[in-house]
Design a protein around this ligand. Structure first.
Ligand code: DAH
Length: 338
């Protein structure tokens, strides 16, 4: 009798070894444990057995049945775990990973600023930094703009509770530079500036300027014209015509407004240049003798030129951007183009 059980066990073990699917396992279960299965066949023999033998045989059969059930359960778990592992592998989704890898790029203002820094340093200029939270004295008074001067009105200023202000121009860095260095002085200072202005397509409350200052013996307007002509042409990658118009800024004398030939219509006149053929670009001039004196520099010995222009304007012209608000809008469709 025992041999029958042993051979049943052996067959079960052998078949079990080759099962690796739910369906096959179920078939195996039915063929052994089912109503018409091997165990049932085995038990049929019991009725002819003697009392004692039958009892012993019954115990052995029950034991074997329990072992088989446990083995089938374990196999079922194994198969399920393998299926889950397979699914996890094939349907793997990393929800933290963007659909298409996002590649960052430099902001157009950073590109133009970096180009300006490269170009100016190639002409021997230093780069100088100044604070955005500035003293009234540096932003205005030392630049010949005393408290009651109407020039203050043209720069709607953000005043701070601590008595300082958000610089309305990068020109205060001229003063800081002249106080910190001895002539010859030659630097540019690109950076952020602020004005309390209504925002529209060409005005922002926060924008960028690039200031420049050169102080040495014998500096004239020709040096100013040459430098700016070189820089503006390099930014646009071809010779660009510029012109100076007389203008007033309290810290330069004479003072000029610098225009360049409209890049859109090449000077014929269009809506961008308001039909004039020229784009008004920056303020510049020869440093006022009083400003030199304010900084301890003798105007009888030294002269210099200064200029300051918006970086947004330049970037808009270079890339054909029609609205200044795009720069701070954070729209990826805009930013991806650079
Ligand atoms: N700071 C002036 C402004 O924001 C621009 C300017 C004009 C800068 C003349 C200069 C300059 O350095 O010489 O309107």
């Amino acid at each position: 009798m025992n041999e029958k059980i042993e051979s049943l066990k052996a067959r079960f073990k052998e078949k079990m070894a080759s099962v690796n699917q739910k369906e096959a396992l179920e078939q195996l279960r039915v063929s052994f444990m089912g109503k018409k299965g091997e165990f049932t066949a085995l038990l049929k023999d019991m009725k002819d057995m003697q009392e004692g033998v039958r009892k012993q045989f019954g115990q052995l059969v029950n034991c074997a049945k329990m072992d088989f059930e446990r083995a089938i359960l374990e196999k079922a778990r194994e198969i399920e775990a393998a299926e889950i592992a397979k699914k996890t592998e094939s349907e793997w989704v990393d929800i933290t990973w963007p659909e298409e890898p996002l590649q960052g790029s430099a902001h157009p203002l950073s590109i133009v600023r970096a180009e300006l820094e490269d170009l100016f340093t190639s002409l021997g200029f230093d780069i100088m930094d100044g604070p955005e939270m500035e003293e009234e004295y540096f932003n205005f008074n030392a630049l010949n703009i005393p408290e009651d001067h109407p020039a203050r009105d043209s720069q709607d200023t953000f005043w701070l509770k601590n008595g300082k202000l958000l610089r309305s121009q990068t020109s205060p860095v001229q003063i800081r530079g002249m106080l910190a260095k001895k002539p010859p002085i030659k630097f540019v200072s690109p950076g952020k500036t602020y004005r309390n202005e209504a925002v529209d397509a060409s005005h922002e409350h926060s924008f960028h300027q690039c200031e420049g200052l050169v102080i040495d013996k014998g500096i004239t307007v020709s040096h100013l014209v040459f430098t700016l002509q070189q820089i503006i042409s390099s930014i646009f990658g071809e010779e660009v015509e510029i012109r100076l118009r007389p203008s007033f800024f309290p810290f330069v004398e004479p003072g000029f407004e610098l225009d360049f030939k409209c890049r859109i219509c090449k000077g014929k006149g269009c809506s961008v240049c308001k039909q004039t053929g020229w784009i008004e670009y920056l303020g510049c001039g020869m440093v006022h003798p009083q400003v030199l004196k304010n900084c301890g520099i003798d105007p009888e010995i030294y002269s210099g030129f200064a200029f300051g222009g918006g970086i947004e304007r330049l970037a808009m012209m270079k890339y054909g951007i029609d609205d200044i608000r795009h720069f701070h809008g954070g729209d990826l469709r805009f930013l991806k183009q650079f």
